[in-house]
Ligand binder design. Structure first.
Ligand code: ZN
Length: 463
């Protein structure tokens, strides 16, 4: 996306760009939008080619150069980009922008899944990172960055920044901002931010499913012209995070145990229970489905088992009301488990279009590819879907013809984002360690590029 279209698309949507716009427009600044490009999120992404990175980074730099005299540059980045042949691509992007615009402030916003280090701190004048996962403060983070920019351009503020790397890499499922250990970390950030002269204290737990040289947690502190204070706070936050490192690698139940726990809780009237099968990035994993069937659980729903072939077969050969027997899931790789044969009545078929109702993406329209809901009896429901299909709020169930209010066990192929909605419905959220492309147990992954001393899976820590 190029030019004004970027602003038009973001207006009124709670994202970084809208945060920039709200502050800059109120201050009467002229905004020169350049280029917006993204890959994903959702499902699976992969390494970008050097050519792809070059194309967009130079296009951004050239557009800025062509914009005439600028007072500053705001970059809304993510931070977990992985590029073949370009280590630390976000820092490289900032350096390319710097070359184009010269010595004016460059400020960067990042997702908390960012993998960054000192190179970013050296390249940019200020870095601001989300503090919520589920991510609900993108606009606020954009506003924080834009306000800093305005005050800096006016000469009222002089950003001084410090960066630390605590040396921890963690699976996303351990990073929910409202729970230990990230809650403790963000509470401490906010405490520090009350101190005069401290503008913003950020901690990104990072993204463990990118095998890059700067994978893992980072701390960025921005003060008003007080480098020593920034260094002191960054060190304190880094030490504090390190003291909590074991909480980022706490053992979690597997599929068998999670199912047992959920059934027990349901039997005690402590349902509904959400089971977060966060490792499944394709949606085809059958480990949870298999256990629910094997242990005879009742009153459960899975809003999506991705299986394009089974979905196509159902569309071709079945109609609502038919009883079908079909093998589903377990086709992507050895982590996904075996295909599971299910027999039940088709209760819904189609390509529903619906709006999200939860705090994450509220009002956004979802257009499902083909889905078929199979009612297995005993109030057990599984949706076979052509594409990866989640349900970060109940709309994903309702659209598939499932009454989520009658379920005891809700299995979601998600890590944390679902909690923005489901924590208000379910009494318990069970995090799991189930095989998959993004396992919570990082020792199952083969890393080649992450720092050797990073806890708990750098070379130094491996037996
Ligand atoms: Zn994120």
């Amino acid at each position: 996306m190029r030019g004004q279209a970027i602003l038009e698309r973001s207006r009124g949507i709670p994202n970084y760009i809208n945060g920039f716009m709200r502050v800059l427009e109120a201050e009467g600044a002229e905004i020169v939008p350049t280029v917006a490009a993204n890959k994903g999120p959702g499902g699976f992404s992969s390494w970008l080619t050097t050519e792809c990175f070059d194309k967009y980074s130079y296009e951004i730099a050239d557009a800025l150069k062509a914009a005439g005299r600028l007072d500053g540059v705001l970059l809304a980045l993510h931070g977990a980009m992985a590029v073949t042949g370009v280590p630390r691509p976000e820092a490289e992007l900032v350096r390319r922008v710097r070359k184009a615009v010269g010595d004016i402030p460059i400020m960067v916003t990042l997702d908390l899944h960012a993998n960054e280090d000192q190179e970013m701190a050296d390249a940019a004048d200020a870095v601001f990172i989300l503090k919520t996962y589920p991510h609900v403060d993108s606009q606020e983070t954009g506003e924080i960055a834009a306000r800093c920019m305005v005050e800096t351009v006016r000469g009222n503020f002089k950003p001084a920044m410090a960066c630390r790397r605590p040396g921890i890499i963690s699976a996303s499922i351990y990073q929910a901002s409202e729970y230990h250990p990230m809650k403790d970390i963000y509470d401490r950030c906010r405490e520090w931010e009350k101190k005069p002269g401290v503008y913003c204290v950020s901690v990104a737990p990072g993204y463990a499913y990118a095998d890059v040289v700067d994978a893992g947690m980072s701390v960025f502190v921005v003060t008003n012209n007080d480098r020593a204070l920034a260094e002191e706070i960054a060190q304190d936050m880094s030490d504090f995070a390190w003291s909590l490192r074991e909480s980022f690698a706490e053992p979690l139940p597997g599929a068998e145990e999670a199912t047992k726990m959920a059934m027990q809780l349901a039997a005690e009237g402590k349902g509904p229970v959400v089971i977060a099968d966060g490792a499944d990035r394709i949606g085809d994993s059958t480990h949870m489905l298999k256990e629910l069937l094997r242990q005879g659980a009742k009153n459960w729903g899975i809003p999506g088992i991705t299986d394009p072939k089974a979905a196509a077969w159902l569309e071709e050969n079945a109609k609502v009301g038919d009883t079908v027997t079909v093998k589903i899931g377990g086709w992507y790789d050895e982590n996904s488990g075996e295909p599971v044969e299910v027999t039940g009545k088709v209760s819904f078929m189609g390509r529903p279009i619906y709006k999200l109702i939860g705090p994450m993406g509220k009002g956004a329209t979802v257009r499902d590819a083909f889905i078929a809901t199979i009612d297995l009896g005993d109030n057990r429901h599984v949706v076979v879907s052509q594409r990866m299909r989640g349900a970060n709020d109940s709309a994903g169930f309702t659209a598939a013809g499932i009454d989520y209010t009658k379920l005891d066990i809700i299995v979601l192929k998600d890590r944390v984002h679902h909690r923005a909605y489901w924590d208000s419905v379910a009494k318990v959220d069970i995090r799991t360690s189930v095989p998959g492309q993004g396992p919570s147990d990082l020792s199952l992954l083969h890393y080649e590029n992450i720092p050797e001393d990073i806890y708990p899976v750098g070379k130094k820590w491996r037996k």
